[in-house]
Design a binder for this molecule. Structure first.
Ligand code: NI
Length: 137
């Protein structure tokens, strides 16, 4: 019996956002979110690492064909978010605060329906080289 293996695909997108809670005052948002709440938005170079785990297929030796995974991330994530203002240009963050945490959850939910149920999925998203999140935790 083959052992479980994790494969990873790294992709990249640039996007702008602003962090704020719309039910708070500007002063409250500034206190909690600091520069991330500045009204005219700011950008990040997001590094996305998609982890897919499963047992290699006996016929191909693949957990998943990396071309298929790469195309899927391009279509579902990069084309949707790259060079967008997440707050203004995307339905996903029209009312959801686009923190790295929430972006990772949204990316998971966009990819999960396209993957075989036998495969596990985890998202790692770098908002800066030093700040990154993983979902599921
Ligand atoms: Ni930011």
């Amino acid at each position: 019996m083959a052992n479980k293996v994790a494969v990873y695909r790294k992709e990249h997108f640039n996007a702008a956002h602003r962090l704020a809670n719309p039910t708070w005052t500007d002063a409250e948002n500034a206190r909690v979110f600091g520069k991330c709440a500045l009204p005219h938005y700011h950008g990040h170079n997001y590094e996305l690492i998609v982890k897919v785990s499963g047992f290699p297929d006996p016929a191909t030796g693949y957990v998943i064909d990396m071309k298929i995974l790469s195309d899927l991330i391009q279509q579902e994530i990069v084309e949707r978010f790259d060079h967008r203002n997440l707050n203004l240009d995307t339905l996903e963050f029209a009312t959801l605060n686009p923190t790295a945490e929430n972006i990772a959850i949204v990316i998971f939910d966009l990819l999960r329906p396209h993957l075989d149920n036998k495969l596990d999925l985890q998202i790692r998203l770098y908002e800066t080289p030093r700040n990154f999140v993983e979902y599921p935790a």
